[in-house]
Design a protein around this ligand. Structure first.
Ligand code: UD2
Length: 307
């Protein structure tokens, strides 16, 4: 069995690659290292890495023909709302067009695949008040990033149904864990916080810290993806989250306990257009057999231990 992982040198992608190899699969990675890092991938005979852009249509078609993957995990993305607002046309190419072209190629060339999994985001829910977010909750994608994710989901599911391609979509909430890059101001807050604790430098808190998120440890994310693959489910959308709402203030307290260090905090104005509260309903995943292995406390403790 063979899997193609786009974005496989990235934070979540590289954990998925490790898991797929453990499960006995050969893995082909396509990554242009715009967000990813080769250090995330150990050299192994089972893993072949192509340093290419998923927007290179000819290359992607060639890879599909040559490699004939059984599973396709599309994780390559410009995963930043802010970046999508700065560069909507460029991010649209990666977050939408590259996926659409791949689906179209699969359709035209009648490639036999066992599962095509597209990774979407909680961003599609936007700022609507209903909580927790269920997969059938109303959506309100407002940034180019969220619009691309939602539009692509629709194509992925419609192609699945119309042309009998086993497709599935997942919506990531706030994923954290080892290998998440803290370097950009739009990096995940827990990677930034971890770096602040490690370097003993102050953390900038946007807003009053009462905003909430649903933080999910990357190992649980991989467990969820693998469950979705092995269950053979198709033409469905799944939230991937912890199902627990946590405020930033609570995170700061918990993390201070874990590290035994005190953090200096700079307060700054809340980020414009940001979601105030976020939490997922994960019943659909649980009904598939998902059992959360990592509470926030356990995940953070393991993350910190490895730093
Ligand atoms: C997440 C996703 C984003 C998009 C969005 C959709 C990540 C890394 N980002 O953005 O891609 O899907 O959800 O809603 O998962 N914060 C600080 N200080 C910092 C950094 C962040 O106070 O130095 C705050 C930030 O203002 C926010 C919270 O921490 O209230 C979480 O921020 P984030 O960037 O980790 O994630 P989020 O939910 O804004």
């Amino acid at each position: 069995m063979k899997a193609l992982v786009t974005g496989g040198a990235g934070f979540i992608g590289s954990h998925l690659v490790d898991h797929l190899v453990e499960q006995g699969l050969d893995v082909v990675v396509v990554d242009n290292l715009s967000m990813g890092d080769l250090h995330n991938l150990r050299q192994r005979p089972e893993v072949k890495v192509y340093l290419e852009d998923v927007c290179n249509e000819k290359f992607m078609q060639q890879i599909l023909q040559e490699e004939q993957p059984d599973y396709i995990y599309f994780l390559a993305a410009v995963a930043s709302v802010a970046d999508s607002i700065e560069r909507p046309a460029e991010t649209h190419m990666v977050n939408h067009t590259a996926v659409f072209r791949m689906l179209e190629y699969i359709r035209r060339s009648h490639l036999e695949i066992k599962q095509f999994l597209f990774t979407s985001s909680a961003a599609v829910y936007g700022n609507l008040p209903e909580l927790p977010k269920r997969e059938d909750s109303r959506v309100d994608p407002v940034s180019p990033y969220a619009i691309d994710k939602y539009a692509t989901e629709r194509f992925v599911l419609a192609y699945g149904e119309l042309y009998d391609i086993p497709t599935v979509c997942v919506r990531f909430f706030n994923v954290y864990g080892p290998r998440q890059n803290p370097a950009s101001p739009y990096s995940g807050v827990l990677s930034i916080l971890t770096d602040c604790f490690k370097q003993q430098r102050p953390f900038t808190l946007y807003g009053d810290g009462t905003q909430t998120r649903d933080f999910v440890y990357v190992k649980d994310v991989i467990q969820a993806i693998w469950l979705i693959t092995t269950s053979g489910v198709k033409h469905e959308v799944f939230n991937i989250a912890n199902g627990v709402e946590t405020s930033l203030n609570d995170i700061l307290d918990t993390y201070e306990d874990i590290t035994g260090r005190e953090l200096a905090i700079n307060f700054a104005a809340g980020r414009l257009g940001e979601v105030k509260r976020s939490v997922a309903n994960i019943d659909k995943l649980v009904n598939l057999g998902y059992q959360r292995n990592w509470s926030l406390k356990q995940g953070l403790a393991q993350y910190w231990e490895g730093v």
